[in-house]
Design a protein around this ligand. Structure first.
Ligand SMILES: [Zn+2]
Length: 139
């Protein structure tokens, strides 16, 4: 399944990851889900409230509630979640696998200057299936 990623969303995630270093940055992904394609139009930056933010992330629940409320009021749909791995690697960790709450969410891992996208898949080693095709979208 290809993922289309708006350049603004990519820049938002990379900049937040660099700013948060050596801690993990995190946020939510917004856009549209078509039959064959996920279109990530924008990314938010949330507070990482994990007790060990160098190695874990936890999106501030107040941010999640606010974005869900905004969606109900006509705002963009939440497509998934992103966070950074300040020292890599560019793939989800065991803790990330344990943190999957919605199997339909796309996960983007950011390790500047790169990023990679995954979908939870219990049948795949590591619990995530990489989305290998990432297309750039200028908006
Ligand atoms: Zn992680």
């Amino acid at each position: 399944m290809p993922l289309v990623l708006a350049s603004d969303a990519r820049q938002t995630m990379l900049a937040a990851a660099r700013t948060a270093y050596p801690f993990e940055a995190c946020g939510l992904l917004f856009g549209e889900r078509h039959e064959e394609t996920l279109v990530v139009a924008s990314a938010s930056v949330a507070a990482n409230i994990a007790s060990d933010p160098q190695h874990r992330f936890e999106v501030d629940p107040a941010h999640l509630v606010a974005t869900q409320r905004a969606h109900r009021a006509g705002g963009p749909a939440i497509l998934g979640v992103w966070h950074s791995h300040p020292e890599g690697p560019l793939r989800p960790s065991a803790a990330d696998r344990a943190g999957v709450t919605d199997p339909s969410w796309v996960w983007i891992i950011v390790a500047p200057p790169a990023l990679a996208a995954f979908l939870p898949d219990p049948l795949h080693p590591g619990g995530f299936r990489p989305l290998r095709e990432i297309e750039a979208l200028s908006m």
